[in-house]
Design a protein around this ligand. Sequence first.
Ligand code: ADE
Ligand code: ZN
Length: 327
Amino acid sequence: SALRGLLARMPKAELHIHIEGSLEPELIFALAERNGVTLPYAGVEALRAAYAFTDLQSFLDIYYAGASVLLQEQDFYDMAWAYFEKAAQDHVVHAELFFDPQTHTARGVSVGTVIQGLSRACTDAQQRLGVSASLILCFLRHLSEDDALSTLEDALPWRDHFIGVGLDSSERGHPPSKFARVFARCGELGLHRVAHAGEEGPPAYVEEALDLLHVERIDHGVRSIESPALMQRLARERVPLTVCPLSNVKLCVVPDLTAHPLPQLLTAGLAVTINSDDPAYFGGYLNDNFLALFAAQPQWGAREAYELARNSLAASFAPPQQRAVWQ
Ligand code: ADE
Ligand code: ZN
């Protein structure tokens, strides 16, 4: 239909993609072979069959196992390049990629190896695909704040290769307050700040992320729907939410897309965006998320499509000269 064509072809930004979550099973096994890594799955089919998640943790266990095949700089480049080719097909004009250095440094891979491989792919995405791309370094919240601080320190020689920091991994029991000092340091360094909050955690975690970490965007934030006061604040302050519809269904945050709170958040005046989170694990890239959500909202049309695309570009950290190109 015309609406499907519009959704697929309109220019959009992707602001919530974990690049390790774009590793398709085929590439996982190709890299395992290249690097001599043995996986606890017989093959691509067996791995895909294990993608039946009951909550965030059940996903994270498999996601970290998948990332264990990444060892060389070229592995990080190949992973990001495969994503950029999909992004270009989806008419993504700008992407801000999350990456998890601690997942790799724990296996003896240096932060520099990770950042240089990803950064080279970002440069090529701009030059060969016309996709502007930047990196956001995420701290794993199930680890300590001291671990996050030393990760930041290790990454500083590559300070110019990432634009900001985020907070991800297991949310429950790991509130934003745990990371107040490291986020304050990031603020002093002039880094943009975002955090996952209100995915599985309560609305109070969204408030902590804003008040204690001083984040500019909230990743997910869907449980804000439970607090009318927080909803009013997010609308008034136009705090962008990077919402991931297919992810929320696969991780049982919502029962199905017809029950997804995104339409209510949008109607309440929040700066909502649509994103893919971990597309290789959740059954779709950015346009798949748009198409699935719009299929569950038959009253939606071009107005909502443009509003969501415009929100994504407006909520990006792209510099003014880049934004001018989109107008
Ligand atoms: N890491 C990768 N995907 C994530 C998600 N949806 N929530 C928290 N941490 C993540
Ligand atoms: Zn995420």
